[in-house]
Design a protein around this ligand. Structure first.
Ligand SMILES: [Zn+2]
Length: 104
């Protein structure tokens, strides 16, 4: 993949105004990796401590892959790059990810 080449974003709607789309765009790529829907999870920003649903993050796809930024401070919280045989997932901008799994 070269710089500026969009990731596999088939099925993702066109960018909204502001150059980003909401975190629901992460649902497909993350569903490939996790058994639960992480867009329903609550994430805490490592930069400003803002807490909110992953689905509310601002997702930019102009970079190679998807870059999800905090809706409060704009810092990068999550990056996901998909290649044919590997997925790179960087969550270093998330302090805590609270994932609802239901009761046993
Ligand atoms: Zn933040």
């Amino acid at each position: 993949m070269t710089a500026g080449t969009p990731a596999d974003t088939a099925g993702i709607p066109p960018d909204a105004e502001g150059g980003y789309i909401d975190g629901n765009a992460l649902a497909g790529p993350l569903a490939e990796l996790f058994a639960v829907d992480l867009t329903a999870a609550t994430s805490q920003c490592a930069h400003c401590s803002n807490t909110g649903p992953v689905a509310r993050l601002h997702v930019y796809r102009q970079a190679p892959g998807l870059v999800a930024r905090c809706q409060q401070c704009g810092q990068v919280m999550l990056r996901l790059v998909r290649a044919p045989e590997t997925v790179w997932l960087d969550t270093s901008g998330i302090t805590v990810l609270s994932i609802p799994v239901g009761a046993d």
